[in-house]
Ligand binder design. Structure first.
Ligand SMILES: [Ca+2]
Ligand SMILES: [Ca+2]
Ligand SMILES: [Ca+2]
Ligand SMILES: [Ca+2]
Length: 177
């Protein structure tokens, strides 16, 4: 009887230890998730580290004017990095950046299956991203306004955070190296 009682207590002890151990592991995971918060600040940090904004700022005045801004999308939407913006790149970007009602045939005016800079400009400028993203209304887009503009589109439920998987896919697709 006594042995059984002791083994029961031992089992309870083991169970309690395991419970505490898993509890600690669970707590650790929670901490990791907190550290890996995919919010607008995180995106701005990663976006800045990718150093793309400086490349897009052709006249080096630390802001993007409307043409620099437009060309930044022309460059980053070349998802397969072949130096051309073809329909498959465009389809993906139009979906990811929420260009409602965009029609490839209307954009690709000469119907050669790619967008040149002029075709892209004409199509893109029908959407008012530049003015919408210019939060301080100075007529220029600074790097934070750019990052917040992109993040605001991706965060379509407006809760200020992205799912880790979505964040990785989108970030690498457009701003990864
Ligand atoms: Ca500039
Ligand atoms: Ca391409
Ligand atoms: Ca074309
Ligand atoms: Ca501005």
């Amino acid at each position: 009887m006594k042995t059984t009682e002791m083994s029961v207590w031992r089992r309870i002890g083991t169970a309690l230890c395991l419970f505490l151990m898993f509890g600690l592991i669970a707590c650790d995971n929670e901490d990791d998730n907190d550290a890996e918060l995919f919010d607008g600040d995180r995106f701005y940090t990663d976006f800045s580290a990718a150093n793309l904004y400086g490349d897009w700022d052709a006249d080096d005045d630390d802001f993007l004017d409307e043409d620099e801004f437009t060309m930044s999308f022309y460059e980053s939407w070349d998802v397969d990095n072949d130096g051309m913006l073809e329909e498959t790149d465009w389809d993906m970007a139009v979906a990811d950046f929420g260009l409602v009602g965009a029609d490839w045939d209307a954009w690709d005016v000469d119907a050669d299956g790619m967008l040149d800079e002029d075709e892209f400009r004409t199509g893109f400028l029908t959407y008012d991203y530049y003015d919408t993203w210019d939060a301080d209304n100075d007529g220029l887009i600074m790097d934070r306004e750019y990052a917040d503009g992109v993040f605001g589109i991706w965060d379509d439920d407006n809760d200020g955070v992205l799912e880790a998987a979505d964040y990785d896919i989108w970030f690498n697709r457009y701003y990864g190296v």
